[in-house]
Design a protein around this ligand. Sequence first.
Ligand SMILES: Cc1cc2nc3c(=O)[nH]c(=O)nc-3n(C[C@H](O)[C@H](O)[C@H](O)COP(=O)(O)OP(=O)(O)OC[C@H]3O[C@@H](n4cnc5c(N)ncnc54)[C@H](O)[C@@H]3O)c2cc1C
Length: 338
Amino acid sequence: MADLSSSTAATTTSPLQPIQVDVKPPHVPSADPVRALMSASITETAPEGPQRDVMGGAARREFKVLDHGFVALVDAMPRLVPEGYTADQAIVQAARVSYGAGTKQINEDRGLIRYLLRHRHTTPFEMVEFKFHIAMPIFIARQWIRHRTANVNEYSARYSIVKDRFYKPSLESVRKQSASNRQGGEQTFNVSDEQQIKTAQDFLAFLDHVETLYGKYLSLTEQGVSRELARMGLPVNVYTEWYWKCDLHNILRFISLRLDSHAQLEIRAYAQAMLDLIEPIVPHTVEAWKDYEFNALHLSALEIQAIRELRSGGSGTLNTTNKREQAEWDTKRASLGL
Ligand SMILES: Cc1cc2nc3c(=O)[nH]c(=O)nc-3n(C[C@H](O)[C@H](O)[C@H](O)COP(=O)(O)OP(=O)(O)OC[C@H]3O[C@@H](n4cnc5c(N)ncnc54)[C@H](O)[C@@H]3O)c2cc1C
């Protein structure tokens, strides 16, 4: 092994020498082999004509949702589009890159968007993004966070005191457990029935009770309990907030799932607000999504077979022993008038 003692001594006794850095302007190509592969300066191109802000100059466009919640659109990409166009333009621009043409006539753009959506050419729809500021109860946030393709930054209840906001439905909107759907609760209590109204009132009294725990939470944090632990005692109807940014393709997927009648009513209200905020900005895409996805009907191979059988005089029964699948077919059949 080499004897390092002398060099160590030299290092510890000599003053540190300033490092000489050879600073060259970045535009000298020979100085940097990476920059040598780039142009020396940025080329700026002005827009072809006047542009407009898709949010009409607003910093924020907001819907109130539930008792203390909101969905606010705070930014969009593209934010500026050529005058007379919508942000749908960014989708056709990306789709046409393969043959080098930009935006054409507006009606051609609409046709292309409908084609792309119908044939599930999804990536051009990822060229548009929206950023939202949302306040929702934690039980809704838990459903929301399952949509993994978004970028999320949530209010920290370790760093800050949780705000005194709790979701409480009105007496008329307290829902019963559905007998047919274990995940659902569509029907409300009958408020003219004494027993039913009592049950709904008991539920609201229960929510009032858990809300009183907020005072205890505050006083314990004041006595020095860490915020990260004190929050454990708060119920899931307390509100949280986050910034949520996502591309249009995945926003439409979120809305498809969460505006659907199978989703919980509360999150459906958020999905509806989100849809109403983006629709004026990407009207052609939303129109196509409604036509080919949201209001469309998907038929399985078994269902197509049942329709064919029906047309040749058969009963149109689905060839399955699965009761749920059969029930779903019955619903589709009824909606098709078959
Ligand atoms: C009515 C309803 C009831 C539900 N019930 C339950 C429940 O009881 N329990 C429960 O746990 N969840 C439940 N969920 C959540 C559900 O299972 C999904 O997690 C949620 O809807 C998000 O869907 P997603 O994965 O398509 O969305 P995103 O996470 O937004 O993903 C969008 C798409 O990106 C792709 N993608 C994203 N991440 C990956 C990955 N890691 N690998 C490959 N592809 C990826 C997929 O194509 C995916 O469809 C429910 C959802 C709904 C709408």
